[in-house]
Design a protein around this ligand. Structure first.
Ligand SMILES: [Fe+2]
Length: 194
């Protein structure tokens, strides 16, 4: 798999945080911890899962952006040759493979939008894509929270659109999927923030 070591991933995160300080660094660490714990239980590589969690939002290194951060993260990691984690930057925001389902501003150029659209269309989500989608939804910067709470928080912050319900269903499906894969309710692995 083409991914950096944990040490390099943490260095990238630290550098990116210096460029653009914010809660997103703690969120990335939380997503990484969640992904590691779930991966350990369901037979995925927990170190790979951790590294993917650390880097999924690395596009935030370029500044405060919305959809742009996924494209910037992809470009950054691709330029380093880390293809398998670069894809996570693009896939983590799309449990539903519809560009307009993005909860936030679409601040990419037309060419970038087209690229993201074609890219998502061309791939099948793997276990790590799904795992980071789920962990992105439950890993807040200050703890792990239940998925419904997180979805409401995002809806209040960014608004809803015609794809919101479909997206929420996909997140709930992901939670179910990993519960089954882990033979437990994944919430039991964490101290859930109320
Ligand atoms: Fe995230």
């Amino acid at each position: 798999m083409k991914i950096p070591t944990k040490r390099i991933a943490l260095e990238y995160l630290e550098d990116a945080y210096k460029n653009n300080p914010g809660n997103w660094k703690q969120h990335s660490l939380m997503v990484a911890e969640c992904a590691k714990s779930i991966a350990e239980l369901c037979g995925l590589d927990s170190e790979v899962a951790y590294i993917m969690g650390i880097l999924h939002d690395i596009g935030r290194r370029e500044g405060v952006t919305e959809m742009r951060h996924i494209y910037d993260g992809y470009k950054f990691l691709q330029s380093k040759g880390y293809t398998d984690v670069a894809r996570i930057c693009l896939t983590h925001s799309f449990p539903v493979k519809i560009l307009k389902s993005y909860s936030g501003k679409i601040d990419c150029t037309d060419a970038e939008i087209k690229f993201i659209d074609n890219y998502l269309e061309s791939i099948c989500y793997n276990e790590y894509d799904k795992l980071i989608q789920l962990c992105d939804a439950i890993g807040a910067y200050d703890g792990v929270c239940c998925i419904e709470k997180r979805l409401i928080d995002v809806a209040i912050r960014n608004g809803v659109n015609e794809y919101s319900i479909e997206k929420w269903k996909s997140f709930l499906k992901l939670k179910n999927y990993f519960d089954k894969k882990c033979y437990t309710n994944i919430y039991s692995l964490f101290k859930i923030k109320l």
